[in-house]
Design a protein around this ligand. Sequence first.
Ligand code: SF4
Length: 408
Amino acid sequence: MAQLTVDIGGRPGIDCRGFCEYCYFKKVRDVQAFGCRYCLPFKKGCDYCSRGVKEKYSGFKDLKTIADETLATLQSTRDDLSKVTISGGGDPSCYPRFTDLIELMGSTGAPLHIGYTSGKGFDDEKIANLLIDNGLSELSFTVFATDPRLRKRYMHDPSPDVSLKVLERLCDAVDVYAAAVVLPGINDGKILERTCEWLEHRGAKGLILMRFANRTEQGLILENAPILKGQRVHSIDEFRNIITDLSNRFSMKISGTPLWDPEIGSPFAIISEPDLIDKLPRIQRRASVVSGNVAAPYIDKVLKARGLTSPIIAVEKEIACLITIEDLKKLDPAGLEPTVIIPGRAFVHLKEAQEVLSRDGNERDVVRGPEVLTADAETSMGMTREQVLALEMHGFADLIRTINMYGT
Ligand code: SF4
């Protein structure tokens, strides 16, 4: 069975009726390419880290282009389609010919998924039936809050009541996963409880809460901090407690990113599975494993249990996948082993990392580790605990093999 992803193009903020107050793309500057896992060894910067990360695309594609691209993909696929996912940099609900787009996708006969929408483009309640009639089966909907005044104020939704009506109808008919960036003092506390009640009562499958980031070390890498001047941010522990509390009180799935998913115990569900950790290969060599502030203690625990004798190095940045060269510059090379392993997805060019981490005159080898060691809430939302554990086992086994191959 084949799956089709239809990219409708568009620019975040611009092709979604203006920036939400908390949008991470709001103040993105034209920063230099970071370097990444896709760059050539001799050249820092590729299409992904110079354009893709900033989602620097042109506007929405016209319908004819989308139709031609879809047809070309369908003609090259012999299998039946199991699902069509609509994605893009802009918000699908704001696509100018939304009805035609949905009817076009519906004509494939496959279940439709909308990977992300804020619903800001829904100005007519009938949109819900159009989506249902054309086979929508799953939707991720950024709700922010079910209080229309807050949607209007913080998302600049021109017709919040209609968007919420559409959401309500869809909750009843298809698998809806709601999402909300949580701004302390704005949509947390009682407002968040009411949002959970509203969603659960209407049949949403789950809610993913996203911890708001306002500083570089929290994960803003495009020189766009602060997004909201003076806005408080939840600490990691505070945020985790909010998720734990809500998920105890509601039966729909509630999880958070960067952590956590209480139902599965992720990220790093493996921590509570010593028998599984025992099945990982033994570590035979030494290497400095660099990671983000949040993941480092978990990684330390697993690798120590498999015999790692060198310490895990935590950078200031909380999210490992968002580590840049600036984070590596803050590390003291004197405390590093001759082999340094950085997260697979770090936005760093290996050659530059090597120079920075060898600046004390001792040549060091910098190697990329696996791309993922665990599942964040967006990934684990559709997974079972067994699937997450399998993914973690795979990631850690890969990391240990890298230490044993390149370490000293
Ligand atoms: S809808 Fe999403 S991408 Fe668009 S402005 Fe809001 S947060 Fe940004």
